[in-house]
Design a protein around this ligand. Structure first.
Ligand code: ZN
Length: 300
């Protein structure tokens, strides 16, 4: 009796675990389509599932920014092969997150040199826990790690362009990179900027809401009205959209600060819907953003 009960609860636990695993990996990569959008002077934005990809093709080399999830590598490489038969020579990660660097091992094995900020390699090498997503990432295999890392900035002189990769202050994570194609006038912002929602400030990866504002200000300084801006997620954007995002984050930061100063709890703050005015234009990530902002700004 006792053992049957134990067996039954063990079986129930298995069902629970399986259900959880299914929901955690609900993503079906088979149905994902990788689409290519041509931007200026041999640059492209690729979308599929996960972070937006930047691509530059020219006489010298194929240059790639981010690589989504490992199962999508064949589709991403097929999309690149539709433009050029050259292999990817450089791959820059805008940060370590699994939906941006998940294809590193595959693309590294095709011969690409992986480049990222120092903290990307550090975090990937030991594995991470993302508190806000309750998600554990195991240490990356060595072949997935950036081979060249930088502290402040690195410039690539390729295809007649200067591709300037700059570290932003801790913003989305503590290893964010912004990639500017100087003559094509295209900027890939990584997740410092999301064009359809509020930022995800990954506090457990060293992110900071003030850094998001600083990074957005820095990108605004690089951009003009004709700059094509590839956000970490969401549709292609421009300087005006980025400015609206920056102002929204600034305003909401002050509102969260005021809630904390008034002694309100997180739930009281959420109940007052301080971000409601932005829900139509920027639908994504409100509760997560407000909770993380509250958590960060309450620190002493
Ligand atoms: Zn991210």
């Amino acid at each position: 009796m006792h053992s049957r009960q134990t067996r039954r609860s063990a079986a129930f636990l298995l069902v629970l675990v399986a259900a959880f695993a299914t929901s955690a990996s609900a993503q079906n990569y088979d149905t994902v389509q990788v689409r290519t959008q041509a931007l200026a002077r041999g640059t492209y934005m690729l979308t599929g599932s996960g972070g937006n990809i930047g691509l530059a093709v020219g006489d010298d080399a194929v240059f790639l920014i981010d690589d989504q999830f490992a199962p999508l590598t064949p589709k991403i490489l097929a999309a690149i092969a539709a433009i050029t038969l050259k292999p990817v020579r450089f791959l820059v990660n805008t940060h370590w997150h699994f939906d941006h660097a998940g294809g590193n091992e595959n693309i590294g094995k095709t011969g690409a040199l992986i480049v990222a900020h120092d903290n990307v390699r550090k975090r990937m090498a030991v594995g991470q826990f993302i508190d806000a997503l309750n998600r554990t990432e195991p240490p990356a295999v060595p072949a997935a790690l950036p081979v060249v890392t930088f502290t402040d900035a690195v410039t690539f002189h390729l295809n007649g362009d200067s591709i300037v990769v700059t570290h932003a202050p801790p913003a989305h994570t503590d290893g964010d990179a912004i990639v500017q194609f100087t003559s094509a006038n295209v900027i890939h912002t990584g997740d410092v900027f999301l064009s359809a929602g509020l930022p995800f400030v990954d506090l457990s990866s060293g992110g900071s809401i003030n850094g998001i504002i600083t990074a957005a200000d820095r990108i605004l300084g690089m951009a003009d009205d004709r700059t094509q801006i590839i956000p970490g997620h969401g549709p292609l954007a421009n300087r005006a959209r980025l400015k609206a995002y920056r102002d929204m984050v600034y305003t909401l930061r002050d509102k969260v600060r005021a809630e904390i100063a008034a002694g309100h709890s997180v739930d009281q703050m959420l109940a007052t819907k301080i971000s409601a005015a932005y829900e139509k234009d920027w639908p994504g990530g409100h509760e997560r953003f407000l909770r993380l902002a509250y958590q960060e700004l309450s620190r002493r």
